[in-house]
Write a new protein. Structure first.
Length: 475
């Protein structure tokens, strides 16, 4: 029997939801048992050691496949891949790294469940109601937020077009712009610093407009139109050859699809796998172009060495973490100096202020690899290295505990289908991977300043909407 709303839309009844949920739980249990048996066999064959076995089993039974986009799932999988796969690639026979992994995983889960236990959540489930907006202010707000999003996209495309005209389309996509940006980094250059500052500001306006548009769409229509977000999240980063922004944009686009139709979340597995293949291909090609530009290759060659380097580049953070840990006697604990002060000066371009406070990546590289740092090449530590450099291992565990509590609160909202914290959720998803991969002082500061811009833009658009509404009514 097909269930429909009054406007003809199909929906899934409560009984169908329970049956579907029960089937998904059974499938999840079977998958976990299969993975556990497979990993145990690998252990007895001597392919993995006991500590890594415990870590894999821990993650296997802690993740929740019924809602694949939970922050808990993403953190656990990222941490396992970084320490396990990265450790096997770069740091074989270093059991202390595996022990650190178990500590971070355990600390996160303890914080995650600690909040669920102590918090009496009275959040109600939002039932989707598909109606035409009747609030005139909401209509005006929707229109204005849409116009702001379109305007910011036009500005971003104009900046991209200006770079294309300046460098030429072939040189731009051959990586000349990338090489110049690396060479000019840290040098006194007023024009380049102004361009960078303006570009960052427009990016913040664009993302804030996207969040405003999405939040208001859910409030008014319970759905988000995906056309404009696809331009802001995917097309523009793809044109700019920004592989990290493109990959994150693809992921956030999947989140929007999930939020639009949570009742049909199973199709997201197929869509997610397809998108993953597309994203990997795009990231690989962009990374290959960048690699060839930086090594002065004259043609694109899919060599084994370059392919391996690109595929493992995201895991090299484990080497940085290990280097920080083993050289902490030279580096000394910074107690927040490479986090707090760089965050305060984040939006001042280094080309304007070459001696501004160093973040963890800058401090680490200038201390241990000064020649590479002077050339503009920095090995960026992941969040674990960032925290270890500043607060040591136990301080890092405490912060991961708090991070588990925060993401637990957002996962609770996702599970209950409540959209009151939708802005926080979108911000957290967008900056989730950059913070884990690049630490707090860079992506974390950008997230903080973008949130401030979002609040100002929200107040401005709402005030303008009310002014337009009262002006129209007065006439």
């Amino acid at each position: 029997m097909i269930n429909r709303y009054s406007d003809g839309r199909q929906f899934i009844s409560l009984q169908q939801k329970k049956q579907s949920s029960s089937m998904m739980i059974n499938i999840q249990i079977l998958l976990k048992i299969f993975v556990a048996l497979f990993v145990i066999i690998l252990f007895f064959l001597g392919k993995i050691d006991f500590i890594n076995l415990i870590g894999i089993l821990f993650v296997c039974f802690a993740i929740d496949l019924t809602i694949p986009f939970l922050f808990k799932n993403l953190f656990l999988i990222y941490t396992l891949i970084l320490f396990l796969v990265g450790g096997l690639l770069f740091l074989r026979h270093h059991n202390d790294i595996s022990l650190d992994m178990l500590g971070y995983l355990s600390s996160f889960i303890i914080g995650y469940w600690f909040l669920k236990i102590i918090r009496k959540d009275k959040t109600r489930i939002d039932c989707p109601i598909y109606t035409v907006a009747t609030n005139k202010i909401d209509d005006i707000y929707m229109t204005l937020s849409k116009h702001f999003l379109v305007f910011s996209c036009i500005i971003q495309l104009s900046l991209w077009l200006g770079m294309i005209i300046h460098y030429g389309i072939l040189n731009y996509y051959a990586g000349v712009f990338l090489v110049n940006s690396i060479h000019v980094y840290g040098k006194e250059n007023l024009a380049w610093g102004g361009l960078l500052l303006f570009s960052n500001f427009i990016n913040a306006i664009s993302f804030s407009s996207f969040v405003l548009y999405s939040v208001r769409s859910f409030k008014v229509y319970q759905r988000i139109s995906l056309f404009l977000p696809s331009i802001a999240l995917i097309l523009i980063p793809l044109l700019e050859m920004n592989r990290s922004a493109c990959a994150i944009g693809f992921f956030l686009f999947l989140i929007l699809i999930y939020l639009n139709d949570r009742e049909r979340s199973y199709s997201l597995y197929i869509l997610g796998l397809t998108s993953l293949v597309v994203v990997i291909f795009i990231v690989f090609i962009i990374g290959l172009i960048r690699q060839n530009a930086l090594t002065h290759h004259s043609r694109l060659g899919l060599t084994k060495g370059i392919a391996f380097q690109l595929l493992t580049e995201e895991l090299t953070g484990i080497k940085t973490y290990y280097t920080i840990k083993k050289n902490i006697g030279i580096l000394k604990y910074q107690y927040g100096k490479t986090i707090i002060f760089p965050m305060l000066f984040q939006f001042i371009p280094r080309s304007w202020m070459p001696d501004k406070p160093l973040n963890s990546a800058g401090y680490f590289n200038q201390k241990l690899y000064p020649s590479q740092a002077s050339a503009g090449f920095y090995a960026s530590p992941p969040i674990f290295g960032d925290l270890y450099l500043n607060f040591g291992y136990w301080g890092s565990l405490c912060f991961i505990f708090l991070l588990g509590m925060y993401w637990s609160s957002l996962d609770t909202v996702l599970v209950k289908h409540n959209n009151k914290k939708l802005a926080q959720i979108l911000f957290s998803y967008y900056f989730f991977y950059p913070i884990l991969r690049g630490g707090l002082e860079g992506p974390g500061a950008i997230m903080f300043y973008t949130w401030i811009i979002y609040l100002f833009l929200q107040a401005f658009i709402y005030g303008l909407s009310k002014a337009v509404y009262y002006y129209e009514n007065s006439n």
